[in-house]
Design a protein around this ligand. Structure first.
Ligand code: ZN
Ligand code: ZN
Ligand code: ZN
Length: 138
């Protein structure tokens, strides 16, 4: 009987089975290194995505590091995509998504969704009355 393959991370040399995914075949990359790889891949993809959409905020022309940018779906029936799922796991899928998105800095993005949310409120909603009241006082 051949001995089962031991746990050995090819990146950092980790051999403690506790530090690996349980019950799967990935015995040559520990959890910690795997997480780092996934993050690195996402960073690279995000950078590429930001450049693909022009590298600046569509609304305020802000230019900055990829971390400040969000991708906003133009079709309100579609959810803004999140990183780390199938739709964004490779460049081809990602590009298809990006073609339906605009690049916004997180400030503009929040503002935009806030406005959408506000517009969607019924007229008697306390938040709407509060803001309208606040504007009228000025
Ligand atoms: Zn490792
Ligand atoms: Zn902006
Ligand atoms: Zn959005």
């Amino acid at each position: 009987m051949p001995a089962p393959k031991p746990y050995l991370c090819k990146h950092c040399g980790e051999t403690d089975p506790q530090k690996f995914f349980k019950q799967n075949q990935m015995k040559s990359c520990c959890l910690k290194c795997h997480t780092i790889h996934v993050h690195q891949r996402q960073r690279v993809l995000k950078l590429k995505a930001v450049e693909y959409l022009g590298g600046k905020c569509t609304k305020c022309n802000y230019i900055g590091v990829p971390a400040v940018f969000d991708f906003h779906h133009l079709d309100p029936s579609e959810k803004d995509f999140s990183w780390g799922n199938k739709r964004t796991s490779n460049w081809d899928n990602l590009k298809k998504e990006l073609d339906k998105c605009v690049l916004l800095c997180s400030n503009c993005h929040r503002e935009l969704h806030d406005a959408e949310w506000f517009d969607g409120l019924p007229d008697h909603h306390p938040e709407k009355l509060r803001r309208i009241g606040g504007l009228a006082e000025r």
